[in-house]
Design a protein around this ligand. Sequence first.
Ligand code: SAH
Length: 392
Amino acid sequence: MDFPDLPLVKVSRRGAKRLKDGHVWVYRSDIVNADGIAPGALVGVLDEREKFLGTALYSSASQIAIRMISKDAVNDLDRLLRKRILDSIAYRERVVRDSDAYRIVFSEADSLPGLIVDRYNDQLSLQVLTQAMDTEAVRRIIVSELVERLQPAAIAERVDPRVRELEQLPARSSRLLEGEKRSTVFSMNGVRFHYEAFEGQKTGAFLDQRENYAASAQYARGEALDAFCYQGGFALHLAEHCSKVTGVDSSRPALEVADRNAALNGREIEWIEANAFDLLRDYASAGQQYDTIVLDPPAFAKSKSNLGTALRGYKELNLRALKMLRPGGILVTCSCSYHVSAGEFLEVVAQAARDTHRNLRIVENRTQAKDHPVLLTVPETAYLKCLVLEVS
Ligand code: SAH
């Protein structure tokens, strides 16, 4: 077979099996030969018998040496990238409802490995995670396609310095790639939020929770506590149905935005700057009670090695929340750690139920919003767990 212009990488039997099983990554330890391949190159992938397996993006730095971009031989990367972006946009048009903020491109899950693009109303926020997506040629194509298709008022690039370091990419700062606008207001499920292109965590908001906000709001009532509330995503959604809502976070800047968001929606919410672990412990031992509690902590398990600590953390939080929920109360409990499986998370919450002698009924067993699609054969694309439970 003929692969014009593509340098070739040979992968081991194990690497080839992984690809045949539907994964899109091959680790460095499964690369047989990648001599002379430039960082970020588009490469043809061969098995040990020289059978062609597809086209991939190469990284000279990451343990994930290749990320597949097509099962075919790609001769025109420009065309392929444009088509992938178009497909990503079309998919969101089919699945996103009641929101002008959502993820437009989710890396591997959109066959654009190493690229994240989020939309916040008239603005886009872009993140580049790999050598291949960082080349000037690829950046030009991505930005021009996004501008052509979506006509955003601005495109911001948010840089994670640690990612660039790990990919051995030169340091860059976050900046506008297009346009001048840096702030806007976006809305999800009828709730409005302030957005600042270069402030806050992730690209600004936790868009992956969008559908979980709406789902939780259906069951929420009475007095509610939103622990790890950030800029008030859950709290603001609960406010419509609850008599009183308290949001807790350790980040003052996040709470300042949360307060502005409450004003924007005409809501009265109590914001408390505190370590949520301490606050839940103190409130639980003081006998405080709630009808609705949301737990949405940051990822405790950053790697497999601290899984045990992470599970203890989740158990602790859920235990304290269960102690404070009135009979018939609602617990919304989340984990965004990929390393904690859905099964392990259910088990940890079950342990907390046993320890507190509470019965939990699963009202909804949820995951990330549909604009963060899960590829069935790439387990790493599924990371968010969100359980809505009724406590008796
Ligand atoms: N529920 C939010 C997202 C939460 S992200 C939403 O839907 O938008 C996790 C949040 O936990 C961050 O805002 C971070 O500031 C906060 N955080 C991290 N450690 C904390 C701690 N020990 N106590 C309270 N908040 C903490």
